[in-house]
Design a protein around this ligand. Structure first.
Ligand code: SF4
Ligand code: SF4
Length: 376
């Protein structure tokens, strides 16, 4: 049964104020990845992860993060928290998956792709076993980064581990205790603030202070992944005017260099990478579609034009060329004052009048009044 939030079931008058959840455990499971999503998370500022760990965000519970690289505990002490959660002693808790999930069934006999901790017989416990045991009781499962969401680079064609995203592993019908599918925050690496904002939103909801997250059909937060890169790109006006980069370093639209922005869902150009700085095309890079389920196979080779780019750039060049010419004419008109329109240009009359009245003109210092002259 889906768990209820504190907001949903006030039974008496005293209960109408939601009871604040003081703390919550977040269990971070490492799959096949490069830990870049952890690094991106550490860079978030709005709020920062340290704000969540210290419980400094109003109405958000303090986060007890169980992260394999950031934890102080190790060995048994580290995995005991997960065992408590499996026994129902840490409710409500959240699971985060970073990296893609390997297909352990491929291994016939001993061996495994990824493990964490040991069981009572001293045998390694596979990452997928932790996921199997923790996911059913979790308030929510969040997949961070493109490896954990859709499979990403470790799941590229030809990979040996049959890697997949968390949604593929847990199944299309998986629902958490809050009746949520896997929440997917893609990106390679994702914007750290996208992830922390999603967590903060979820924790507000769990605590009864916020509405449920709005997710799209693939479990992506709608407010973060509802628009294409192109719609918020600061080079969009160049595209519209049919003005395309011939080489990297140009300020013009990069579709001519293979930018996939018009068909990719990502908020990187507007949110930027870190604390309002960076972001692919903001720093001269084109979009290679790293947030999309088809990444990387459907976007390679990265340095070739996207299919359809020829049609869109040619039509944009024709229409944009006409529009730019019309705009240049309008701009010419708007770039003069009404005074100049009447006089035929910037007037010199006042200057000549001043000269006549005794001002000096020094090319280095400009117009200077001669002392005593023109004092009438
Ligand atoms: S650089 Fe890419 S995202 Fe930006 S305007 Fe051009 S095609 Fe669109
Ligand atoms: S703009 Fe494109 S390449 Fe950059 S983060 Fe978004 S999807 Fe990835």
């Amino acid at each position: 049964m889906p768990m209820s939030t504190a907001q949903e079931t006030p039974s008496t008058e005293e209960d109408t104020e939601p009871e604040e959840l003081e703390s919550i455990d977040v269990f971070w499971l490492p799959g096949e990845g490069c830990d870049g999503c952890s690094v991106a998370t550490l860079g978030a500022t709005d709020p920062g992860i340290e704000d969540l760990l210290r419980g400094q965000v109003p109405h958000l519970p303090q986060v007890n993060l169980h992260h394999h690289e950031l934890a102080v505990e190790s060995g048994k002490a580290y995995v005991d928290g997960m065992r408590d959660a499996m026994a129902g002693e840490r409710d409500p808790y959240v699971v985060v998956v970073e990296g893609s999930v390997p297909n352990e069934r491929l291994i016939d006999g001993d061996g495994y792709w990824i493990s964490m901790g040991k069981d009572e017989n001293g045998e390694p416990v596979k990452m997928v076993d932790w996921l199997d045991r923790l996911a059913p009781g979790a308030a929510a499962v969040i997949a961070i980064g493109t490896c954990a969401t859709w499979g990403g680079v470790p799941a590229a064609q030809g990979n040996l581990t049959d890697a997949m995203g968390t949604m593929d592993y847990l199944g299309r019908d998986y629902r958490s205790q809050l009746d949520l599918p896997v929440i997917n925050v893609p990106g390679c690496a994702p914007v750290g603030d996208n992830f922390i904002e999603t967590v903060a939103h979820l924790l507000l909801h769990i605590g009864g202070f916020g509405p449920p997250l709005e997710l799209d059909e693939l479990g992506r937060p709608k407010w973060l992944f509802g628009e294409t890169v192109h719609r918020n790109c600061n080079r969009g006006a160049y595209y519209e005017e049919g003005s395309f980069a011939e080489e990297y370093g140009s300020e013009k639209c990069l579709v001519s260099k293979g930018c996939w922005g018009p068909t990719v869902k990502c908020n990187m150009p507007s949110r930027r990478n870190l604390d309002g700085v960076g972001g692919c095309m903001n720093v001269g890079g084109k979009c290679i579609g790293c947030t999309m389920p088809g990444f990387p196979d459907k976007f390679t080779p990265f340095f070739e034009k996207a299919p359809g780019a020829m049609i869109s750039t040619t039509s944009s060049k024709i229409l944009g060329g006409i529009m730019s010419r019309l705009r240049r004419n309008s701009m010419k008109k708007l770039d003069t004052s009404t005074r100049w329109d009447e006089s035929g240009g910037i007037t010199e009359r006042l200057y000549q009048w001043k000269l006549k009245r005794g001002a000096n003109y020094d090319p280095d210092r400009g117009l200077e009044r001669r002392p005593g002259a023109g004092d009438d």
